[in-house]
Design a protein around this ligand. Sequence first.
Ligand code: FDA
Length: 401
Amino acid sequence: MTVSSSPDVIVIGAGAAGLFTAIAAGKRGRRVVVVDHAPEAGAKILISGGGRCNFTNVDAQPARYLSANPHFCISALRRYTPRDFLDLVERHGIAWHEKKLGQLFCDSSARDILGMLLAEAADAGVELRLDCAVRDVQGTEGGFVLDTVRGRMAAPKLVVATGGLSIPKMGATDFAYRLAKQFGLNVVTPRPGLVPFTFTPQDLARTQGLSGVALDAVVKAGKSAFREALLITHRGLSGPSILQASSYWQPGHPVTVDLTPDLDLAEHLKAAKRARPNAELKTILGDVLPRRFAERLCGEGGAGGGEVESRPLRDLSDKALAAVGEQLRRWTVVPAGTEGYRTAEVTVGGVDTNDLSSKTLEAKAVPGLHFVGEAVDVTGWLGGYNFQWAWSSGWVAGQAL
Ligand code: FDA
């Protein structure tokens, strides 16, 4: 008898969370089948971290996750930790390094992580069924019946690991949300996260010609602030600090940028006026900001205001210099929007955690139905947090199957 003729568990989605759930359940002796409509398992793992997969973050604490219920992720993250995953990586002899801010990457290729997961899945007796789109799912007395393009399947337990809406061209779908609603679960409205901002035509005109300029900045959206690189693009703003802030941003709200986080710019300008009174403002700003950026800021219509552009510092009052300093430490833009799911690394929102057990990821009202990974309303920061959630949520679900 093949596994698929009567599995204990069907997992829909052969991404990070689905594979890890299947491995954990398979290792506990469960007969597991994983189905996926894609021709290949773990496609997002392969493109992650620029091809090197930022597979976890040593600092994956609950505060680094967004959710309508911030406490929900605590249990899973405690029970399966970054150290646990790193142990697995090391057992497979995969070379890794910490890049920055606790972010762990493969030395060689993301393929190492996918290879490890597939080897673990094979070892746990997990059957993979790719190119297998699921048309319909029905709950029955004994569990769940799936109508797939490869025929009918049934199992007492069903795990939905179909991820979020990010990168539709890679096969992302709203399957998890539809299924959740079908079974009476609530879905926290999804939106793109870890995504670049787009500018209004007016703001684009102000930054025209600055595409490619990068600087170290503190970017604040709502109450959350992130210090990392900021990149001006031909459509708006990107870079890690912007991606992080985007997950906390609400349409129509401003984003505030401190362009000189280590410097009291007003004091610096006043001191420069005493030391170099004949120097122009843009020259002094060019010492602390990318020159192209400083020149544009002082130019017509720029954040520095056209008036001050060509004047030597001695002609500017301390009050005017303080105002320029203040302006650049609180550069405020209201993004027109984001680049959307086309480029978003994650989807914020998802299956409502109020309807799930934090210990097992099982739907409280539907015994045997679990949701794991990005499909759930738990979204990590940039930097390996989202894969850690996939491993942790998958592992705890696997212990309960
Ligand atoms: P995931 O999306 O990985 O898997 C879902 C699976 O379900 C897919 O295989 C899909 O084909 C399948 N599926 C979808 N709909 C289906 C349907 N209707 N029927 C059947 N199958 C269906 N995170 C991180 O921690 N470190 C990093 O380095 C990166 N880098 C990164 C780069 C890029 C470009 C992106 C887009 C994202 C990242 N991420 C990341 C985020 C990370 O990739 C993401 O959070 C996890 O892959 C989520 O894992 P899941 O298994 O939940 O979903």
